[in-house]
Design a protein around this ligand. Structure first.
Ligand code: 5RP
Length: 262
């Protein structure tokens, strides 16, 4: 792996802990103004100092993040469908590598939809994105998007993660499931988990802890942080699991203490 690519990767997966706290705010690319992300600048501002990297689209990066920030950016480069359209799996690459470089991002991210109508298109797109990205030393994060009709079990998620890694993705993002060790063990590149729909704060803390225990290098979490009534205590609790090896009880205590202190 070349130096530039490794350098970018190490900004996302922090060393020597080999852990990553990525804050996902890219939801608008197919959901539009998602609840509590309507004004992205306001949502991102207080959280920026606590995440290792921020995952977003170029539109939100340009308009809603201060250019003086040191936080590494993970740029979503796929899109083409919306929540009111016909098929969410119909995505293409929408951003040129030149714009990713101009924006000084640390990785590019795209979704693959294994088992969907557009499986072929999204997997081939991933291979092509990796071809381009390695030429420029730019890591690729593959997101294993799961359609409503798919079961999020370890068999399916292992398949999706492995396909992404086989195409050359440098990091894979997926969902936590029972038997998650199997997903991580059969994926030769680092795995991070999405938080999914908003659940209880304790539920999201447990999810983070269980995923890291099973071998995930961290999270790419969105709604369970910024849809919380207490987003800063929430991201700090998640951070304490990822970077300070807190267990779920300690992180939960920390969350409650931070609320009391504010
Ligand atoms: C959508 C994404 C989101 O970034 C991802 O789902 C993470 O956010 P959340 O924790 O809210 O699920 O990649 O395809």
């Amino acid at each position: 792996m070349d130096w530039g690519l490794q350098n970018r990767l190490s900004r996302i997966i922090r060393q020597p802990q080999n852990r990553a706290l990525m804050l996902a705010v890219d939801h608008g690319y197919f959901l539009g103004p998602t609840a509590r992300l309507e004004n992205a600048q306001k949502t991102i501002g207080p959280l920026l100092e606590y995440c290792d990297s921020l995952m977003l689209t170029r539109g939100i990066l340009r308009t809603s993040v201060p250019p003086a920030t040191d936080t590494p950016m993970v740029l979503r480069v796929s899109g083409g469908s919306s929540i009111v359209g016909e098929d969410l799996s119909r995505e293409d690459i929408t951003v040129d590598i030149k714009d990713a470089l101009r924006l000084n991002v640390s990785a590019m991210a795209m979704s693959i939809f294994v088992g969907s109508k557009y499986e072929y298109q999204t997997i081939v797109n991933l291979g092509r994105l990796v071809n381009t990205s390695i030429e420029y030393g730019m890591p690729v994060l593959a997101v294993t998007a799961v359609g409503k009709e798919m079961s999020r079990d370890s068999r399916y998620l292992s398949l999706a993660c492995r396909l992404a890694a086989e195409q050359g993705a440098h990091i894979v993002k997926t969902y936590y499931c029972e038997g998650f060790e199997e997903v991580v063990d059969s994926c030769p590149v680092p795995v991070i988990i999405a938080g999914g729909k908003k659940t209880s704060e304790r539920g999201a803390i447990d999810l983070t802890y269980n995923a890291v225990q099973a071998g995930a290098v961290g999270v790419d979490m969105g709604r369970n942080i910024w849809q919380s009534d207490n987003p800063v205590p929430m991201i700090r609790a998640v951070q304490s699991i990822i970077h300070r090896n807190n267990d779920a009880d300690a992180a939960w205590d920390m969350y409650n203490q931070l609320i009391k202190a504010t």
